[in-house]
Ligand binder design. Structure first.
Ligand code: DGJ
Length: 364
């Protein structure tokens, strides 16, 4: 923090990042975007950067947090915007949950608890998009946890959805879903469990179409599936979905995680990691002329990354700042103390041919 202004005016990748209350920022596996909205406290129209991510202050299991900023350096805490649930009773006794889930049936509350149970639910990689038609903020995340038939923490392998009328919540959990399945005429890399959805991201194209991009088939194959107009579910349910129109499968068997899609000068980019738990590995990016196009393997964008570990990070988002510069957001997970996982943001460079380059910076 600079003493003269009491404000940050730089990024220090991999250092501890603190919010404007001097608390360590908890927004892992996150996403940053700029939105214009009406501030609920002042009634003014404001334009803010919004950072959403996993709250890992208590370890692997937590809710979803948000921060807001005018400059990408100084972040105000907007608190926990989707809470996980301490007990089934809390959904009916606690004032916060009673108001968020007013009108939910017993069966729906059971589902909320099963999906957001603070003791067992995995809530990862939250991403939020605004729907102009419904004026709702739609939050999708990797919703996982044990199932009736498996105690594994990652058995459910679902995508969860929560909605809010205000960017900073409270977000009301709607449901979690398995998604599209491998067509019969293609080789399913994990036929014993259909429609899995783990590491995920969202992308809204220039025409307003929303997509969910996620690891499926036991993380062996990435899928891109089209969202409905409201962005709250798939455009077509998996039993009726048509390959190539409603979804595509990418790189079967390549085992890619942590997908992040962005568009630049008419080309679409997808950066991803391999699958090594919390340990970093080598990034790989792909490029295409359309979301449902042919994605070409462009290799590792990192320059000078001697260990081939994406500078010890895993991708989570690439966004454009107000000067038109693209910024890579990576997580440097600390598996021994997840709450002390760090943020590594780096400027993305492009060659004249539109090849992506990522170089280390100590401070920028
Ligand atoms: C890698 C994923 O990218 C993370 O989001 C998390 O699920 C870890 N695996 C858990 O090992």
């Amino acid at each position: 923090m600079s003493l003269e202004t009491d404000k940050y005016n730089f990024f220090k990748p991999g250092e501890q990042w603190r919010d404007t209350d001097n608390n360590i920022i908890q927004a892992h596996g996150g996403q940053v975007q700029q939105l214009i909205f009406t501030d609920s406290k002042t009634g003014n129209t404001v334009k803010k950067w919004i950072w959403v991510g996993e709250d890992k202050s208590s370890g692997a299991r937590g809710g979803i947090r948000m921060y807001s900023s005018d400059d990408l350096h100084n972040w105000n805490s907007e608190g926990i915007v989707m809470r996980n649930v301490p007990s089934r009773e809390a959904l009916e006794n606690d004032e916060y949950f009673k108001s968020v889930y007013a009108g939910y049936s017993e069966e729906q509350l059971d589902n909320v608890f099963r999906s957001l149970d603070a003791g067992s639910a995995i809530i990862e990689r939250p991403k939020m998009i605004y729907n102009e038609k419904t004026r709702q903020y739609i939050l999708w995340f990797h919703a996982d946890g044990p199932t009736d038939t498996s105690n594994s923490s990652y058995a459910a392998a679902c995508a969860g959805v929560a909605v809010s009328d205000y960017p900073f919540g409270p977000y009301r959990f709607v449901d979690r879903y398995r998604l599209n399945v491998c067509p019969d005429n293609q080789k399913d890399m994990h036929p014993s469990s259909k429609g899995m959805a783990r590491d995920m991201n969202l992308f809204v194209d220039k025409d307003g179409t929303g997509y969910i991009i996620y690891s499926s088939e036991e993380n062996l194959t990435l899928y891109i599936s089209k969202l409905n107009e409201e962005y709250t579910y798939l455009e077509t349910s998996p039993d009726k979905a048509v390959y190539g129109r409603d979804f595509i499968r990418l790189f079967p068997g390549a085992q890619r995680e942590a997908p992040a899609v962005f568009e630049r000068e008419g080309k679409y980019y997808l950066i991803s990691s391999g699958c090594t738990g919390w340990e970093p590995n080598q990034a790989r990016y792909y490029r295409s002329d359309a979301v449902f196009g042919d994605w070409e393997n462009m290799g590792d964008p990192c320059v000078g990354d001697m260990k081939h570990t994406t500078f010890d990070t895993q991708s989570t988002c690439v966004f454009k700042d107000s000067t038109g510069r693209y910024i890579y957001m990576g997580d440097r997970w600390n598996s021994k103390n997840l709450s002390d996982s760090r943020y590594v943001w780096l400027p993305v460079k492009f060659t004249q041919d539109g090849n992506m380059l990522l170089e280390w910076q100590d401070k920028w």
